[in-house]
Design a protein around this ligand. Structure first.
Ligand SMILES: NC(=O)C1=CN([C@@H]2O[C@H](COP(=O)(O)OP(=O)(O)OC[C@H]3O[C@@H](n4cnc5c(N)ncnc54)[C@H](O)[C@@H]3O)[C@@H](O)[C@H]2O)[C@@H](O)CC1
Ligand SMILES: Nc1ncnc2c1ncn2[C@@H]1O[C@H](COP(=O)(O)OP(=O)(O)O)[C@@H](O)[C@H]1O
Ligand SMILES: [K+]
Length: 501
C-alpha cells in the first residue's frame, strides 16, 4: 500500500522496536542493508572499487560506519570521512565506530581537492538523516556542494542529507542537500523523498524495513499513489451502451484571448472517454474547433450549467462576467472541477468559498502552488515548505478534493486522507498541461467516478502519459500539452485492459 510515515511516526516505531531487541540491532541491520544496496551499485568485481563513506555525528553516521565495515569485507577500498559528535554519542554508534575502525576502512581527513580528484565508484551519504535540526552549514555545506558536482553514484542513507524527511524541502532559506542517485530509507518510506525537492535529491528510493513486522507499523493516512487505489473504478464498456452512458462535460472558461485553454481541457475530456463535451466560452464562442470538430462550442450566456459535469476555470479570466459564471457554477447541482482563474476568483471571495464548502455535489480543485497560496492567504514558499499540510488544510477548509500540483502532486481529501503521486516529470512544466489535467478529472467524473478516485486516477494517468512520451523521446524538452492527450487515451485504455471489469 506504500504508506508514508512522518519522522515522529518513524521515531515511535523505532523506539518500540528497539526496546524488544538487543542494543544496536537496528543500526546493525541498517548497516547491513546499506552494504547490500551498495554492492548492487558497485561494479561486478568489487575488488579495489573506491567507496567514500560520509559519516555524520548522529545515528545516521552510525549506519554509515556499520556499512563501511561490511563493505571492506567485499574487497572494496573504503575511505571514511568521519564527523564525530562534539559530545556524547549513542552506545550503538560507538560500537559501529569501533567496528569500522578495526576493519580495513581508511579513516581519512580527505580534503576537497582529493575528494574531487578521485574517481569514486560510490559515495555513501550518512551525514544526517531524520535528526537534521538546522541547515547544513560551514565545512559540511562545502562538502555537500562538492559531492553534488561529482558525477558518481551516490547512495543516501535514510534521507539525502539536508532534506526535510517530512516535507521534501531542502532545509534553510538558501540550503543545500545531497543529490543522491539512490536512497535506502529505513523502517518505512517518508513523504519528503517524493515531493517538493525530494525527487531531485532522493533518486531511486528503496525501503529497508529492518526486519520489523507489519504489526509494528501503525496505519497512516498518507500513501504513495498507485493504480490499486482506483483500479476498481476502471470499467470495460458494455456493448449495449451509447454516448449518454459516458456523461457530459462542459469546460467553462475561454475569455477573449484565452480560448486555447478550454479547448485543450475539452479535448482531454473527450479523449479520456466522456460521451459529449462542450467548450463553453465566457465571451464569444468560435463556431467550432476545426482541429476537434466533435467538440460543441457554446457561449456561456444561456448555457445550462446543470446539464454537465463542469470544468471551470481554463482561460476564464477575472472580469465581472467570469465572477458571475463562477457563482452560477458553484450554485449548480453539477459535479465541479475548479482550476486556474476559477481558483483565483475563489481566493478573493470568502462567501464563494463558503458556498463551495457547502456544495452537495462536491468539488475537485486543482491549484498549482501559487493558486494554493492565494487560496490559503499565505506565501508560495509557505505552501512549498509543507505541501501535504497545505493540501490537507485547503481540503478541510473547502470540503473539497484538492490536487496540489507540482513535482510529487499531493491529493488530499477533507477527512485528512492524502496521497503523493509518483508519475510525471518535468516535461509537464509547459503551458496547458494543467488544462489537460482538469479536463481529464471532469471526464472521469462524467463517467461516474467518485471524486477521490477520479482525482487519483487523473493525476496518475496524466503523469504516466508524460513518462511514456519521455521514454519515447517526446520530451522532456519540448513536449506540448496537446501531445499529452492521445497518450492519456492510450494509458487509460491500457489500464482498463489490465484492471477493467
Ligand atoms: N537509533 C537506531 O537504532 C537507528 C537509527 N537509524 C538512523 O538514525 C538516524 C537518526 O539518527 P539521529 O537522531 O542521531 O539523527 P541524525 O544522525 O540524522 O543527526 C543528528 C545529529 O546531527 C546533529 N545535527 C543536526 N543537524 C545538523 C546540522 N545542520 N549541522 C550539524 N549538525 C547537525 C545533531 O546535533 C545530532 O548530533 C536515522 O535517520 C537513521 O539513519 C535507523 O537506522 C534505525 C535505527
Ligand atoms: N517538474 C514537474 N514534475 C512533474 N509534474 C509537473 C512538473 N511541472 C509541472 N508539472 C505538472 O504539470 C501540470 C501544470 O499545471 P499548471 O501549472 O496549472 O499549468 P497550466 O496552467 O499552464 O496548464 C500539473 O499537473 C503539474 O503537476
Ligand atoms: K543521509
Amino acid at each position: 500500500m506504500n504508506p508514508l510515515y512522518s519522522v515522529a511516526e518513524i521515531r515511535a516505531i523505532e523506539q518500540r522496536a528497539a526496546e524488544a531487541l538487543p542494543a544496536g540491532t537496528l543500526m546493525q541491520r541498517a548497516g547491513q542493508a546499506t552494504a547490500n544496496a551498495a554492492l548492487d551499485m558497485l561494479p561486478f568485481s568489487t575488488n579495489g572499487a573506491r567507496v567514500l563513506v560520509l559519516a555524520g555525528p548522529g545515528n545516521n553516521g552510525g549506519d554509515a560506519l556499520e556499512a563501511a565495515a561490511h563493505l571492506t569485507y567485499s574487497g572494496a577500498q573504503v575511505d571514511v570521512l568521519h564527523f564525530p559528535p562534539a559530545g556524547e554519542q549513542s552506545a550503538e554508534r560507538a560500537a559501529a565506530q569501533r567496528r569500522a575502525e578495526s576493519s580495513d576502512a581508511i579513516f581519512n581527513d580527505i580534503g576537497g581537492s582529493a575528494l574531487a580528484g578521485t574517481e569514486w565508484n560510490l559515495i555513501i551519504d550518512g551525514l544526517f538523516g531524520i535528526g537534521l535540526a538546522r541547515p547544513v552549514s560551514g565545512a559540511l555545506r562545502t562538502l555537500v556542494d562538492t559531492v553534488n558536482t561529482l558525477g558518481c553514484p551516490v547512495l543516501a542513507l535514510d534521507v539525502p542529507s539536508g532534506l526535510d524527511a517530512d516535507t521534501g524541502a531542502v532545509v534553510g532559506p538558501d540550503g543545500v542537500a545531497i543529490r543522491a542517485t539512490h536512497t535506502i530509507t529505513f523502517i518505512g518510506d517518508k513523504p519528503g523523498l517524493h515531493t517538493c525537492d525530494g525527487r531531485d535529491h532522493a533518486g531511486q528510493v528503496t525501503v529497508a524495513a529492518l526486519d520489523l513486522e507489519p504489526r509494528q507499523f501503525p496505519s497512516v493516512r498518507l500513501h504513495l499513489n498507485e493504480a490499486r487505489f482506483f483500479a476498481r473504478k476502471l470499467k470495460t464498456r458494455r456493448q449495449n451502451s451509447h454516448k449518454g452512458s459516458y456523461g457530459n462535460v462542459a469546460v467553462v472558461g475561454g475569455a477573449r484571448g484565452m480560448a486555447g485553454a478550454p479547448i485543450l481541457a475539452a479535448r482531454s475530456a473527450l479523449h479520456a472517454g466522456a460521451g459529449r463535451v462542450f467548450a463553453v466560452f465566457a465571451d464569444d464562442a468560435p463556431s467550432y474547433d476545426s482541429g476537434q470538430p466533435e467538440l460543441m462550442c457554446r457561449a456561456a450566456a444561456g448555457f445550462d450549467l446543470d446539464s454537465s459535469v463542469l470544468v471551470l476555470g481554463p482561460g476564464l479570466g477575472t472580469a465581472p462576467q467570469s465572477v458571475e459564471l463562477l457563482k452560477r457554477a458553484v450554485a449548480s447541482a453539477s459535479a465541479l472541477v475548479a482550476d486556474a482563474d476559477a481558483l483565483n476568483l475563489l481566493a478573493a471571495d470568502a462567501a464563494l468559498q463558503a458556498a463551495v464548502a457547502q456544495r452537495g455535489a462536491g468539488c475537485i480543485i486543482t491549484p498549482h502552488p501559487l493558486e494554493a497560496a492565494r487560496l490559503l492567504g499565505c506565501a508560495i514558499t509557505a505552501v512549498q515548505a509543507d505541501r501535504v499540510a497545505a493540501a490537507r488544510t485547503l481540503a478541510a477548509r473547502l470540503r473539497a478534493t484538492v490536487v496540489l500540483k507540482g513535482s510529487g502532486t499531493v491529493i488530499a481529501a477533507p477527512d485528512g486522507d492524502a496521497v503523493i503521486n509518483t508519475t510525471g516529470n518535468p516535461a509537464l512544466a509547459t503551458a496547458g498541461t494543467g488544462d489537460v489535467l482538469a479536463g481529464l478529472c471532469g471526464s472521469l467524473l462524467a463517467q461516474g467516478w467518485p471524486q477521490w478516485e477520479a482525482a487519483l486516477a487523473a493525476v496518475w494517468l496524466h503523469g504516466m502519459a508524460a513518462d511514456v512520451l519521455v521514454t519515447d523521446g517526446v520530451g522532456p524538452i519540448g513536449l506540448t500539452a496537446g501531445e499529452l492527450v492521445p497518450a492519456i487515451r492510450a494509458a487509460i485504455n491500457r489500464l482498463v485492459q489490465q484492471h477493467g471489469r
